[in-house]
Design a protein around this ligand. Structure first.
Ligand code: 5AD
Ligand code: SF4
Length: 446
């Protein structure tokens, strides 16, 4: 997680009616979790918001003349090694839109009254455009930040970070603020690290990134997977976590063609109601997600799908939640992570009306989990009787037992000799439970 936020100064100049006064207060509230405290002096401000009014004829011209003064202050601050972000809000922003930025390039962002809840996102984006990082004071919450997980001590499987940060700005999520913009490591550095892992006996790598399939190194994630697959000894490639919007055709095709790319895909959907998906700023609909899954399955029919879900997002009604259950039924998941919506100050959703009562969230989560558990068990049971290649990672809990993973990331337990650790071996699946499979070695190993 990022360092505690340094205090930044915010100056808001409010013109016009009572509505604008109210909006200015709301904007100050929205920005305070990002470390902004009010100042009375614009020349001291890291962020200036001009909340404008359109009611009188000369109002627009007045805005431009004020912006002229602010530009001078911005230049003075820049000369002193400081910065100033200038935002124009209110009715002039609404009426003139981006035109303002053309006429006065010192303006960093323009935001109409309908979009104030997006202010944290827009401020973070403006900072990024200037190459600055907005370090927000978000409390660490490891639950939603699964990256940086412990390395597997067995040495047979390893995590390899290829990408960091996120540009998606889902309205519930702190990651774009805490981790900053999407950044991809160069292909060669990744290949070198992967070769060295393979030399040390690693057979499986899991490529990590907050938005791993937005990997923008040469050839994208599909190209990277194809090159990694050629590394001697590296037999299995996985990646997590992906965003539906970045699941491109090349990557989908790779799932059908690259044997080392394991048939397991963690593709969070979060919700099944388009109204909620829009409020989450997810950039996909339930239907576009379903079509995507269909397309992936046309290349790799046996792929095990996993997802992330949030219940009780602000404004979620029973009918929205039913749409989530319906989507889950249509996809059929092999695994999932489900969460109750948790309000993170500083994120746009924290300021939305219609926060859902905790008892309602609990009840929805229980219903969703019951369905997901049922699907996970059914998926596991569908493997019974099959013979699957299992990569043995470690000794099992009982003497003489080995523990490994199927291509679908299921834990598999068998009786067998230790020297099979690090090998991929055919295992006949005898029985299945919710969390694991039990099997026996399909071949004789002395
Ligand atoms: N509340 C609940 N769940 C969240 N996640 C991220 N932020 C929140 C939040 N504020 C979940 C999403 C994401 C996963 C890593 O954590 O489902 O995909
Ligand atoms: Fe957060 Fe993932 Fe959305 Fe990025 S894509 S904002 S990391 S939930």
């Amino acid at each position: 997680m990022s360092d505690p936020a340094p205090t930044r100064r915010l100056y808001i100049k409010t013109h016009g009616c009572q509505m604008n006064v109210y909006d200015s207060e709301r904007m100050a509230d929205l920005l305070s979790p990002l470390g902004y405290a009010m100042t009375e002096r614009p020349e001291d401000a890291d962020l200036v918001v001009l909340n404008t009014c359109h009611i009188r004829e000369k109002a627009t011209e007045k805005v431009y003349s004020e912006l002229g003064y602010l530009k001078q202050m911005k230049l003075a601050r820049q000369a002193a090694g400081q910065s100033m972000t200038i935002a124009v809000a209110g009715c002039v922003a609404q009426a003139e839109g981006k035109e303002i930025m053309h006429r006065q390039p010192a303006v960093d962002l323009v935001i109409g009254p309908q979009a104030y809840h997006q202010l944290p996102e827009l401020i973070a984006r403006a900072h990024r455009a200037k190459g600055e990082r907005l370090s927000a004071d978000f409390a660490a919450d490891a639950k939603f930040d699964r990256l940086g997980a412990v390395r597997n001590p067995s040495g047979v499987t390893a995590f390899l970070t290829i990408q960091e940060g996120c540009d998606k700005f889902c309205t519930f999520c702190v990651v774009p603020y805490t981790r900053g913009a999407e950044f991809s490591r160069p292909v060669e550095a990744i290949l070198a690290e992967a070769r060295s892992l393979a030399d040390q006996g690693v057979r499986e790598v899991t490529l990590l990134g907050q938005n791993v399939n937005a990997y923008s190194g040469e050839g994208g994630l599909a190209g990277l997977a194809r090159r990694l697959a050629k590394i001697e000894g590296l037999d299995r490639i996985r990646y997590t976590t992906s965003h539906p919007a970045d699941m491109d055709d090349a990557l989908i095709a790779a799932h059908g063609e690259v044997e080392a790319l394991m048939p397991y895909l963690h593709l969070p959907v979060q919700a099944g109601s388009d109204r909620i998906l829009r409020a989450m700023n997810r950039a996909h609909t339930a239907d576009s997600y379903l079509r995507l899954v269909e397309k992936i399955r046309s290349q790799r029919p046996d792929i095990a799908m996993a997802g992330d879900f949030i219940v009780g997002f602000p404004g979620e009604r029973d009918s929205d939640f039913e749409a989530t259950l319906q989507l889950v039924r249509e996809v059929g998941y092999a695994g999932a992570f489900s969460f109750k919506y948790s309000r993170r100050p500083g994120t746009p959703a924290a300021a939305l009306p219609g926060q859902v009562a905790d008892e309602v969230k609990d009840a929805r989560l229980a219903r969703l989990n019951a369905l997901l558990d049922e699907q996970q068990t059914a998926f596991n049971e569908s493997q019974a009787g099959r013979t699957l290649p299992v990569l043995f990672e470690r000794a099992g809990r009982h003497p003489g037992q080995l523990s490994g993973r199927s291509p679908y990331l299921q834990a598999v337990h068998v009786s067998g000799p230790d020297h099979l650790i690090g090998q991929i071996v055919p295992v006949r699946i005898d029985s299945a439970a919710k969390m694991s499979l039990a099997g026996s070695l399909a071949l004789e190993f002395a």
